[in-house]
Design a protein around this ligand. Sequence first.
Ligand SMILES: [Zn+2]
Length: 540
Amino acid sequence: MELLFTGGRVLTMDALDRIASGVAVRDGRIVAVGDSEEARRAVGPDATHVPLQGRALVPGFCDPHNHFSMTTFEPRSVDCRVPPLAGKAAVLDAIAAAADGSPEGQWIWGLGFSTGVYEPVAGDPDALLRWELDEAAPRNPVCVMDSSYHACYANSAALTLVGIDRTTPDPPGGEIRRDDRGEPNGLLWERAMDVVHHASMRSYVDTFGPDVVADLVQQNAQRHLSHGITSVGDALVMPESAEIYRLTDERGKLPIVIHQMRGGPGFFAAPEDAAGGAFIEDDVSDRLRGGIVKIFMDPVWPSPAMTVCHADGSTEDVGAPYYGQEEVDHLVLDAASHGLQVAIHCIGNRAVEQGLNAFERALRETPRDDPRYRIEHFSLATSEQIERARSLGVIISHQPPFLNAIGEYFETRITQAGLDSRPIPYREMLDAGLTVASGSDFPCAPVEPLLGLYSLVSRRAGDGQLVAEEQAISPLEALRTYTLNSAAAMFREHEVGSIEVGKRADLVVLSHDPSLVNADFIRQLVVQQTYVDGDLLYAV
Ligand SMILES: [Zn+2]
């Protein structure tokens, strides 16, 4: 099976940022990159010819931080996003309609509701309260995930099933929100949501059964292919996530590569077993990979773990990290001693500090050739921390679609906290010499790499406002963070991430070359074709 691309703008992402016009592929591998004639000479007359006619050919996008398993059940869940729904009443109506059509006792999942931009609301007036959900769904347990994925809203049936009542203490690192009388009001923050989230996911997997679940995973992969994404790192794999990937892989229905970033038994739970090497067998096939542990260092609610600087020069710690330094050090050391990669979610500058401390200690006490420790988000890191991450060789895994979705949140937080930092500082990070990988954090932010690319180059938030314009990077720099750097964050740069001879033919045809159009026009670019191992798996 041979493929021939000619007459294009081939953005190779090789070490020289070479731009070619032709590419030849045989048996899923790239065999020639050069001008159209060179490519043509490398294949026979029967090769499938794709005339690019000036369109761009780029490496398949790698999304190293994506919650793929969480969005797999989206077609069987209630869309609770506002908009498109008009408001809370419309969300409750949608849940009532789903409950009417469901057998008694079956879990109902809602996705995407939000009380605001990651800011806790005093008294929870805008939350979906337990009693409101009871009215909408009196016969079914309900779990509505907040769009941040750091909180959920549960009804009485759900709370009863998992044993949460007024006597239940808040778990460490979580809060069961309560009304004036001390009754849980259904809003569960951070680790308090683990039990409800886990029970509902377990039930979804069991209720639909392996064949339907495999089809849902395949359908979700197809959606990612439509955005040009050919490799995904699932940034929190619980036992149920691993189960759905395995059963899909066994049925040969996994068209993209999934990297399983192992967490604990609940979404925010400590990954003690994973760090102890319990899931070494996660590296099960060509499509389904493992070898990486994910640790959550800090919450979103009520605040990321920050050290804020007041105007008088004093400092104050706000927001509690999930772990003390010693605890996280031991998780990282354990994972390191088992040869595992570690990725730590750190939003606040205090969380970043603890993450860097843990990596520094692991580098010292369990030295390895190429550990590729990662910090996820790194959202409110300071300039000093950028330099420190560079000196430790830590990879930064960030999600540029956040700039579009909530760019102003970072600016506000940084200003309020008096930090020496810039929102989503790509220019500063690249100039400092950091390896920065870009992904989505979908569904917490939009999945489209092209939206991220646009954000990084234009620095425009969703409302059109410029956010730290001086942090803009070039289209090719931005593309590199989504391809070669993201592949490196997943230990796959020898296989994918650039268009070079010998690599897998994971390729994307874009309607335009992003390096030749106006920054604002990048938003209009279209993914026209996506290939994995030389197979055309998506076309407009
Ligand atoms: Zn995430």
